[in-house]
Design a protein around this ligand. Structure first.
Ligand SMILES: NC(=O)c1ccc[n+]([C@@H]2O[C@H](COP(=O)([O-])OP(=O)(O)OC[C@H]3O[C@@H](n4cnc5c(N)ncnc54)[C@H](OP(=O)(O)O)[C@@H]3O)[C@@H](O)[C@H]2O)c1
Length: 249
């Protein structure tokens, strides 16, 4: 099985690994992200017949529309949408957090995601396609400093389940993918470029990789069309749950 897939945030990490996985299996991939040079490199690597670069910022509605209008022949009938672009910014507690960072996470992880999804629903319904939304374990398990990021990912999970309900009878499949720690540029972005912090977090932890998640996305997308994975939570073995905290006077 193959078709046309649009993957947001394909310039790095999970999205780039997914672009390689699907293109390698014969899919036509629309790769998005802000960093044009990285998208161009993906086209050079995988071939212009396999990958179309569509650079846009998820927060720019007009740019999304322009990119969709400009899709070339062969890339217009989108079968699968992977809503992957997203970010965490900062690890401060709510009372210390930067409101501008909260807004950027909400604008990207929520508003951008619902805008693109809304635009593509008619095509996805016409194709009996699939939507794979990248949420996070942060949607379910709160942790200190996760505040707005966890909130955006809880939205993504619940929006996915709501879409499932609304799309009842259309044949469109919807899945919320909820990963734990995967080594990508995620922590570099979250910390404002602190490579040491990123190395410390992932060092010795045998975290998941972008390729691990890409393989999962590929499996979900290529299941028989009568099967829907509603939500899928995955972690490296090295990660598990911690308890509650109690403040004492
Ligand atoms: N890594 C983890 O541990 C982990 C765990 C659970 C969930 N996730 C989720 O997985 C998804 C992918 O993250 P990743 O780990 O692969 O991190 P990453 O390596 O930093 O990749 C993030 C991608 O999102 C894109 N992006 C961010 N802001 C954007 C914007 N305003 N407009 C367009 N594209 C934007 C980036 O592209 P440009 O910078 O080129 O725009 C990049 O391609 C995110 O939604 C993240 O929340 C990650």
């Amino acid at each position: 099985m193959s078709g046309v897939i649009l993957i947001t945030g394909a310039t790095s990490g999970i999205g780039r690994a997914a672009a390689r996985r699907f293109a390698g299996a014969g899919w036509k991939v629309i790769a998005t992200g802000r960093r044009q040079e990285r998208l161009d490199a993906l086209v050079a690597e995988l071939g212009a017949d396999r990958v179309h670069a569509a650079p846009f910022d998820m927060r720019d509605e007009a740019a999304i529309d322009a990119a969709l209008d400009a899709l070339p022949e062969g890339f217009r009938d989108i079968d699968v949408l992977i809503n992957n672009a997203g970010l965490a910014l900062g690890t401060a507690t709510a009372q210390e957090a930067d409101l501008a960072q909260w807004r950027q996470m909400i604008d990207t992880n929520i508003t951008g995601l619902v805008t693109l999804t809304h635009r593509l629903l008619p095509r996805l319904i016409a194709r009996k396609g699939a939507i794979l939304n990248i949420s996070s374990v942060a949607a379910t398990y709160p942790y200190k400093g996760g505040n707005a990021y966890g909130g955006t990912k809880a939205f993504v999970r619940q929006f996915s389940l709501g879409l499932r309900s609304d799309l009842h009878g259309t044949g469109v499949r919807v899945t919320s993918i909820e990963p734990g720690i995967a080594e990508t540029e995620f922590t570099l972005v979250r910390t404002g470029g602190d490579q040491a912090a990123s190395d410390t977090l992932y060092g010795g932890a045998a975290p998941m990789t972008g390729e691990d998640i890409a393989e999962t996305l590929f499996w979900v997308a290529t299941l028989p069309p009568h099967l829907n994975i509603n939500a899928l939570e995955l972690m490296p073995v090295s990660q598990s749950f911690a308890g509650f905290q109690v403040a004492r006077a």
